[in-house]
Design a protein. Sequence first.
Length: 234
Amino acid sequence: MRGGTLRAGAMILRAAILALCVPVAATAACRHALALGLDVSGSVDAVEYRLQLDGLAAALQSEAVQAVLFQQPDAPVSISIYEWSGPTDQTVIQPWMALNDPAQLNRLVTVLHGHQRQAAAPTTAIGAAMMTGFALLDQQPACWRRTLDISGDGAANTGPRPQDIAPHLVPVGVIVNGLVVAAADDTELAAYYRSYVIRGAGAFVETARGFEDYAAAMERKLLRELQSIAIGSL
């Protein structure tokens, strides 16, 4: 009964998220749909919050990442960004946007720099965050590749556990990667993400050694994700 209740609850949550998300019609080929979920639970203070959003903006603006992003302008990368904490606390910061050129990227960076933290529960509901990402990726079925990135600085402590998400609730072909924020001597959180969060062939976990390292870790992760599809499609 517990498994059936979990599956039913997850399906209801996914349907509710889909109803809230803004659908975007595809106007061109999409080589990669990338949904990024940012942890804004109670363990993330105001300084760390800004380091996370501004770090993502800096990573996207790096010369190396831009070179890959704009490598195939006829088949751009589409990106959506949201923040998450408790089981019902997910806020879409940027609905799906095709990154066709630097001007479009600059618009996204402006959104990230200007976004203010929303009131939310302090808990860490990774399972619910993953379901939000899956719902967003369901809006991009035609993309050649679809990836969900979950950033976090702690293990789940509420909501459906990530390991309880049934395989049939994961969209076909979606890869789930992780970016963990941990102290230099902490290997447990990365191990937790490897065991319970990441999904799919080639999925991986990147580690930031504190939020001060978030921009560099995000750049490494984006390059690893985006270069693989760019090389594979040549």
